[in-house]
Design a binder for this molecule. Structure first.
Ligand SMILES: [Zn+2]
Length: 148
């Protein structure tokens, strides 16, 4: 077992994102006990609005796995995935999604379009919400308060 849980690693990456002026979101893809990828938001650094932590982690995990799928793998992310990232989860067939804080504004799993519940979504990962939520919420609150 790694000394830190996957969500702890994702939370540390979120912290690192904030220290670089990026919205604090971190994501980790696990295959069993193995960390396939660990990423954070890099939208500003890459000038890429699609460079969400989940997208970067999913792409890195795909590159490492080399099968074109992430079936049997789990995503840990500090904020509820948006529609784009939830779409990427469905396309790559991740087994489980653990997310920390809810995102009532841009979330697409338990808020908004609830992508995985749509009849046009053909993959239904197991979703576990709330792990590490208070730490993630505090980080997000502090980051967006500082922007005002
Ligand atoms: Zn996203």
């Amino acid at each position: 077992m790694p000394s830190q849980s996957p969500m702890d690693i994702a939370l540390s990456l979120a912290e690192e994102a904030a220290s670089h002026g990026e919205a604090p979101v971190g994501a980790v893809v696990m295959e069993g006990e193995v960390i396939l990828a660990a990423e954070r938001n890099r939208m500003k650094a890459l000038n890429d609005p699609t460079a969400h932590a989940e997208m970067l982690a999913i792409r890195a995990a795909l590159a490492r796995r080399g099968t074109g799928r992430l079936d049997g793998c789990d995503l840990y992310v500090t904020l509820e995935p948006c529609a784009m990232c939830a779409g990427a989860v469905a396309h790559t067939r991740l087994r489980r999604v653990y997310f920390a804080a809810e995102d009532t504004k841009a979330g697409a799993v338990e808020n908004g379009i609830r992508l995985f519940d749509q009849p046009t979504c053909h993959h239904h990962p197991e979703v576990i919400a709330g792990l590490g939520a208070s730490r993630s919420e505090a980080m997000l609150r502090a980051f967006f308060q500082a922007l005002r």
